[in-house]
Design a protein around this ligand. Structure first.
Ligand SMILES: Nc1ncnc2c1ncn2[C@@H]1O[C@H](COP(=O)(O)OP(=O)(O)OP(=O)(O)O)[C@@H](O)[C@H]1O
Ligand SMILES: [Mg+2]
Length: 273
């Protein structure tokens, strides 16, 4: 008899969150950051976690990154429980100072590759490729303090993609940029995704950014974060921002997020768009 060495699960999501409740220890008891959050991210998704400040978006991202463990529920990547950080999940943070200030652009992008035991020549070739992809080939030997915020964000994205993670975790990576630069970053991220089709879990509290960046959006209630709704947003992008359908959907999302009422007893709703 021919026995397969492993079980093939067709059409399984890349990332599966099931009933994820996360708590932090606090002076008096615990702070509950998220409550019973479930979602699936499929390969190639630009999946957005959207919700107001304090609803547990960063907490969820850190749990997917393997930096904190849920109090209840499970997180699985490719069918395996997430038990700690791994090179298959790379986080891009909001802060610009995530780059090492004493390293050049080239050295910053090469560093995690070398730390992963990649031969220097290969790491350099890989770094140059990705630095080129984000349009910074002229700044290979520049130090972070000489770069603009948008350029630093590009370096962080190049460094993350050079690692070829299974999933790119982005925590409000453009929040500190001015509106025009943020818009340009959205365009560039979209172009990169069209080319590479990486999988992305993107956190934001901006409804417009969620609609522009994501193909699927999970709406989280205010603290502690619970799933309010999930919607498809692949039809929206920079081209449609400001259009009537875009504005109408943004308005509906706003009402769902801030409409009030107790979501505790309310099942998650699917938003038709
Ligand atoms: N290290 C920590 N210790 C205790 N409580 C924490 C810790 N980190 C976050 N929290 C609490 O958990 C909740 C969720 O925080 P989190 O940072 O995940 O929110 P967020 O949705 O990312 O907010 P923002 O949009 O402001 O970044 C908040 O109530 C916060 O005060
Ligand atoms: Mg946050």
């Amino acid at each position: 008899m021919n026995v397969l060495p492993f079980q093939v699960v067709p059409n399984a999501p890349l990332l599966r969150a099931q009933g994820v409740t996360i708590e932090y220890p606090a002076a008096q008891g615990v702070v509950q950051a998220t409550h019973d959050v479930s979602f699936d991210v499929w390969r190639g998704d630009r999946f957005v976690l959207l919700g107001p400040s304090g609803c547990g978006k960063s907490t969820l991202l850190k749990a997917v990154g393997g930096f904190i463990a849920p109090r209840a529920g499970s997180l699985q990547l490719d069918g395996r429980d997430i038990t700690g950080p791994g090179r298959d999940r790379i986080v891009v943070f909001q802060e610009f100072d995530q780059l090492a200030p004493w390293k050049t652009v080239r050295q910053n992008v090469m560093f995690p590759l070398l730390a992963g035991k990649m031969p220097k020549r290969e790491a350099e070739a890989r770094a140059l490729y990705w630095i080129g992809k984000v349009g910074l080939s002229r700044f290979l030997d520049a130090y972070p303090h000489t770069l603009s915020g948008g350029m630093k964000a590009r370096v962080a994205i190049a460094r993350a993609l050079a690692m070829q993670p299974e999933i790119l975790l982005m925590d409000e990576p453009f929040a500190a940029l001015d509106a025009l630069t943020r818009r340009r970053m959205h365009e560039e991220l979209q172009a990169l995704w069209e080319e590479v089709r990486f999988t992305m879990l993107f956190v934001t509290h901006s409804i417009e950014e969620a609609l522009v960046v994501g193909n699927r959006i999970l709406l989280l209630s205010p603290h502690p974060g619970r799933v309010r709704a999930e919607l498809n947003s692949h039809q929206f992008g920079l081209h449609s921002a400001g259009g009537a359908e875009f504005q109408a959907t943004a308005g509906r999302i706003h009402d769902l997020l801030f409409g009030g009422g107790d979501v505790a007893d309310e099942p998650a709703r699917a938003v038709q768009s």
